[in-house]
Design a protein around this ligand. Structure first.
Ligand code: FA5
Length: 358
């Protein structure tokens, strides 16, 4: 199995674990499910066993990808076990007998993973294959990390580019995932390759493509001799792999104080195919991947010598990418909990989402 096939296989297993567990409410059933995944003959266990079939130079990377999936599966299984145990204790403490005719009937498990979660898992898998580490950062951020460390001083007009929710304690709800750049530089130094998926918050007027709570995936690569062609090639490969089809990119100059030069990488709208619709504001293009070469001041603030290293960074609009992938025309249906506009297939490996909103 190639690395690519392995990666897809693991994403499928992760989805199977998350979905399969929801139907199990007995400890024994969860334990046997666990061994069907993590045991020596389990779906992940067998992949681990087969590492030796890979050429020696690939084994490290293959092992990393499988072990990361194993850890995630274990965490989800343990959480389900805890949940069942807690429910059993609660039931016992209430003195419930085996049959309680007053309890409501059993409820069929409904739903599937959120479309944004599914695309996030897919992106994590793709980047892990390329040796990236997945990092996280706090949603409540310091002004320093959200702005200053990114070369946005207090009096700079760029602070107004992203309307901010300020908190009473002087901190902010992070307006983007870029603060993780500084944290990662301090944590790992150079060279480094990370992605950082997460929620962002902006005080803004809502429309079909703008939410006040949305997801981005930050990307940061720092090494010697990194250049813009690396960034553009990676962007195209990434978007096509997620969309599973050919996509067109449009590259424009963009301004962000933390990169120089800055780029706006847009993708042709997958809802209307580029002819224009409300989601792409009738332009045929969706702003999906602003990026650029990391500004020397940002490297310096992160303790990295800009004479030795360069890097690129991007801030992928994950929520918008999920919309493009699943044909969701209006971003607001993703957060409002009203499932009616979205018809979700329960089938593993590929929920089908049909957006009925205009
Ligand atoms: C930023 O947030 C920069 N931090 C991105 C960046 C990172 C640039 C690293 C350079 C280097 P921007 O404000 O354009 O840039 O947001 C990035 C992406 O997030 C947008 O392209 C869009 O896809 C998505 N986005 C922004 N605002 C919203 C919103 N209100 N609702 C949904 N998605 C949004």
């Amino acid at each position: 199995m190639t690395l690519d096939e392995l990666s897809k296989q693991l994403t499928k297993i992760e989805l199977q674990v998350a979905t399969g567990l929801r139907e199990l409410d007995q400890i024994d059933a969860v334990r046997s499910f666990e061994s069907s995944v993590l045991g020596k003959q389990g779906s992940i266990g067998l992949l681990l066993k087969n590492i030796r079939d890979y050429p020696p130079e690939e084994r490290g990377q293959v092992g990393q990808v499988i072990n990361s999936a194993k850890a995630k599966a274990k965490a989800i299984i343990d959480a389900r076990l805890n949940e069942i145990q807690r429910e059993a204790v609660e039931k016992e403490s209430q003195g419930a007998s085996d049959v309680d005719p007053t309890l409501p009937g059993g409820v069929e498990p409904l739903g599937s993973l959120h479309p944004v979660t599914m695309v996030q898992l897919e992106i994590e898998r793709i980047f892990e294959r390329f040796g990236f580490t997945v990092e996280t950062g706090p949603e409540m951020e310091s002004e320093f990390h959200n702005f200053d460390a990114l070369n946005i001083p207090a009096d700079h007009p760029a602070r107004d580019m992203q309307d901010t929710f300020w908190l009473n304690n002087g901190q902010v709800l992070r307006t983007h995932t870029s603060p993780v750049q500084h944290r990662a530089m301090k944590k790992f130094g150079a060279p480094l390759r990370i992605i950082a998926p997460g929620r962002c918050f902006r005080y803004e007027t809502l429309d079909a493509s703008h939410e006040n709570t949305f997801h981005q995936v930050e990307g940061l690569v720092i090494d010697r001799e990194i250049s813009i062609p690396n960034l553009i090639a990676m962007s195209k490969a990434l978007l096509q792999e997620v969309m599973q089809r050919e996509v067109k990119l449009r590259v424009r100059p963009g301004f962000f104080p933390f990169v120089e030069p800055g780029l706006e990488i847009d993708m042709n709208c997958q809802i209307c195919g580029g002819s224009g619709c409300a989601t792409c504001k009738h332009s045929g293009w969706v702003e999906i991947l602003p990026a650029g070469m990391v500004h020397p001041e940002v490297l310096r603030a992160g303790g990295i010598d800009p004479d030795q290293y360069s890097g690129f960074a991007f801030g992928l609009g994950l929520t918008r990418l999920a919309m493009m992938k699943y044909g969701i025309r209006d971003i607001r249906v993703l957060n409002n909990g009203d499932l009616r506009p979205i018809v979700c297939s329960q089938r593993l490996g590929g929920p089908i989402l049909v957006n009925k909103a205009s």
